[in-house]
Design a protein around this ligand. Structure first.
Ligand SMILES: Cc1ncc(COP(=O)(O)O)c(C=O)c1O
Length: 374
């Protein structure tokens, strides 16, 4: 029976256990699985680094939610990104967004050159600039939309067309959007990546990452091989917690979006605020693309405070309900001065605060920001 996303989130990979009838999925911690004398598999599994039943349930659910043919679960979002990027052939060029999660930028700088992979930065909000940046050896265009931390939006369908004409694959880090807000594979992307540490887990208590593939093709095979041999697989307990989290993902996302809008509208009208970056605002430079390719605009936003670094730090030091912490996507609201966590050469503006808006009462969150802004 065809299901809508809200139903899939509850039912995908959720069949009652055949051995016991248990409705909640069993947590299989076994690292090894019985096989025949000549290594014949009894129930499809051999060793947990390659795959295990709890993780397989999660992968089934992830593939269903993204409309993909296959999924792979990893120990973290970075393990997922690393397995994909390190599977590109030596001599490849990789296009990276100008605004991208700093871990991806650092991975590309510090590790990919050793594999013969060169990263070139491009403004992916401009599809013409992406076309102009292609080289004969561009094999992958990496998109992160909405981006971290500036909430920029890339036109997935337009860039997928450009990439495919040039023989490159498009990977979309859709961590901020989740499948509830955007379906990159339906827009032409080849692979979707998630840090499941964020909204999928949803409670700030489980690390994980995922790749969902449009086709179970040679790229999928090579990344599955990389996960098996490089060992960045998701642990069964983490798969179990993530599976539990995704059951309520659409319900939580609806609330995150509602609160995200309330914060964006409140902050936009505040005299101490210089700019609000949230793709649902009509004055966001990429709002038209966001409105076309997203169902709603999410609970992540960034705000620039008038008065520079000190003014931003003053706001961050006065919040009471928002917690100063990194990461995002949990039930609780977080705030972070990104430049302070970006090390020696920060790229984020010094007056920028990133907000992960949780699912508390919007009125309480607004009251907190109001008193902190003074
Ligand atoms: C957009 C985005 N992608 C990837 C990652 C990395 O994920 P993880 O921390 O699970 O390795 C993060 C982490 O903050 C992120 O925000």
């Amino acid at each position: 029976m065809p299901m809508r996303l809200e139903s899939l989130a509850v039912h995908a990979g959720a069949e009652p256990d055949t051995a016991t009838g248990a409705v909640a999925p069993p947590l299989h911690l076994s690292t090894t699985f019985q096989h025949g004398p000549a290594a014949e598999r009894v129930a499809g599994f051999e060793y947990a680094r390659e795959g295990n039943p709890t993780q397989a349930r999660l992968e089934t659910a992830l593939a269903a939610l993204e409309g993909g043919a296959a999924a792979l679960a990893f120990a973290s979002g970075m393990a997922a990104a690393d397995a994909l990027l390190s599977s590109l052939p030596a001599g490849s060029d990789l296009l990276l967004p100008a605004d991208v999660y700093q871990g991806i930028r650092t991975l590309a700088r510090d590790f990919l050159p050793r594999l013969g992979i060169r990263a070139v930065t491009v403004d992916v909000t401009d599809a013409k600039a992406v076309a102009a940046a292609l080289t004969p050896t561009t094999r992958c265009i990496w998109l992160e939309t909405p981006s971290n931390p500036l909430l920029q939006i890339a036109d997935i369908a337009a860039i997928a067309t450009i990439a495919h004409r040039a023989g490159a694959v498009v990977v979309v880090d859709s961590t901020f959007a989740t499948p509830c807000l955007q379906q990159p594979l339906a827009l032409g992307a080849d692979v979707v990546m998630h840090s499941t540490t964020k909204y999928f887990g949803g409670h700030s208590d489980v690390m994980g990452g995922a790749l969902i593939f449009a086709h179970a093709d040679a790229l999928y095979d090579s990344v599955a091989h990389a996960r098996h041999l490089r060992g960045g697989v998701m642990a069964p307990f983490n798969a179990w917690l993530t599976l539990r989290g995704l059951r309520s993902l659409p319900a939580r996302m609806a609330w995150h979006c509602r609160n995200g809008r309330a914060m964006a509208e409140f902050l936009t009208s505040h005299p101490r605020v210089e700019a609000v970056h949230w793709p649902g605002l009509p004055n966001h430079p990429n709002h038209a693309i966001a409105a076309r390719q997203m169902r709603d605009f999410g609970g992540m936003l960034s705000v620039r405070i008038r008065g520079g670094r000190d003014a931003a730090l003053s706001v961050a030091s006065k919040v009471k309900m928002f917690t100063n912490a990194t990461s995002l996507g949990g039930c609780e609201s977080l705030i972070e001065h990104r430049a302070s966590v970006e090390g020696l050469n920060p790229v984020s503006p010094q007056n920028l605060l990133r907000l992960s808006v949780g699912i508390e009462a919007a009125e309480d969150l607004i009251a907190d920001l109001d008193q902190a802004l003074g």
